[in-house]
Design a protein around this ligand. Structure first.
Ligand code: SF4
Length: 334
């Protein structure tokens, strides 16, 4: 029996602002280029979906990914803010990932405009420091650029959020990285350490994944930054019994839907119910091709695997990849 799914919502994705990074661990690699779809049409479509949700489908969540970078013009920024507000969330922190390089004058203007538009801080994802970070992110000088923005932001009284990736080759750099971050002015709203998700391009770096031994011997300075939503770091052998306790339950899924110039006409003319149902069918067909979760685990799970993962989804994806390699049967959309 294939695994049942429970469609919990939709994540509408728009490739609007191109990305100037080439991160080796990118989760949205296939969507780094921008689409030609005007943002206003995307926004209209989304407001229709929020109206639909508000008119009785409060059981589902509607989310957006408007990227791949946050290098938005001010009109887009305001539009993103309107959409976030429909979910009850403010939009006041900008991700630095994929931001174009700007010279000092242009950067100052860019920050002035964003601050005037209500942006109160920046989010940086850092994979080590110096050349190691630059190599992970595929851009020479990127570490210094992001740090310089955080420094200027701090001097302006803005805040920051930091995600620090822990891999085998960033671990030795952590003291230096934390020293640099702690020397910056300004407040830190959040700082978390995580391994890579097992998804998209990051799947190529299993040799960089930390093990239980490394996890258990982490210096306190790093270990205390393992927190929040992604703080459950279990090895494959530790996850397996946990996952098998609920293996028969449906997989709860927020379904992705790429919106672009090629499908917007059709999305605009279809009802929200029909779009949701069609996407659900697509996901269900994908899972129908796969063995059950128990069977995937029995075939591909490594009961002595010491590498550490954050999410059940990481291991499910890994086992489905192995199944695809063995059988040629394509994995369901993620
Ligand atoms: S910033 Fe990096 S991770 Fe984000 S979309 Fe660009 S290449 Fe991918």
């Amino acid at each position: 029996m294939p695994r049942a799914i429970e469609a919990r919502g939709l994540i509408f994705s728009l490739r609007h602002a191109p990305c100037a990074h080439i991160c080796r661990y990118c989760l949205v690699s296939e969507t780094r280029k921008a689409s030609k779809l005007p943002f206003a049409r995307f926004e209209r479509l989304l407001h229709r979906f929020y109206d639909w949700r508000d008119s009785g489908r409060t059981d589902i969540s509607i989310r957006t990914f408007i990227g791949p970078s946050f290098d938005y013009d001010i009109d887009t920024l305001e539009g993103v803010r309107r959409l976030r507000a429909r979910r009850g969330n403010p939009f006041e922190i900008l991700n630095l990932g994929g931001l174009r390089m700007r010279d000092a004058d242009a950067l100052k203007t860019w920050m002035d405009e964003r601050q005037a538009a209500g942006i109160v801080g920046f989010h940086a994802s850092l994979a080590g420091c110096g050349k190691v970070h630059d190599r992970w992110n595929g851009r020479a000088g990127d570490f210094d650029y992001q740090i310089s923005i955080l420094r200027i932001a701090g001097e302006r009284g803005m805040t920051r959020q930091e995600r620090l990736f822990l891999t085998r080759n960033t671990l030795p750099l952590f003291d230096r990285l934390l020293d640099i971050l702690e020397s910056l002015p300004g407040g830190v709203r959040s700082r978390i350490v995580t391994p890579f998700f097992y998804a998209s391009l990051a799947r190529r770096y299993e040799d960089q994944r930390i093990t239980e031994d490394i996890r258990d011997a982490l210096p306190e300075r790093i270990a205390k930054l393992r927190r929040g939503r992604f703080s459950e770091w279990l090895s494959e052998r530790e996850w397996i019994p946990v996952l098998m306790e609920t293996a028969g339950e449906p997989r709860k899924i927020a379904m992705k839907l790429d919106v672009h110039e090629g499908n917007i006409d059709e999305l605009e003319s279809a009802s929200c119910e029909a779009i949701f149902a069609r996407q659900e069918r697509l996901y269900r067909q994908g899972y129908d091709r796969m063995p059950s979760f128990e069977e995937l685990c029995a075939r591909y799970g490594d009961r002595s695997g010491h590498k550490v993962y954050m999410l059940p989804r990481d291991l499910e994806q890994k086992w489905m990849d192995m199944h695809e390699r063995e059988t040629g049967i394509g994995i369901p959309p993620d």
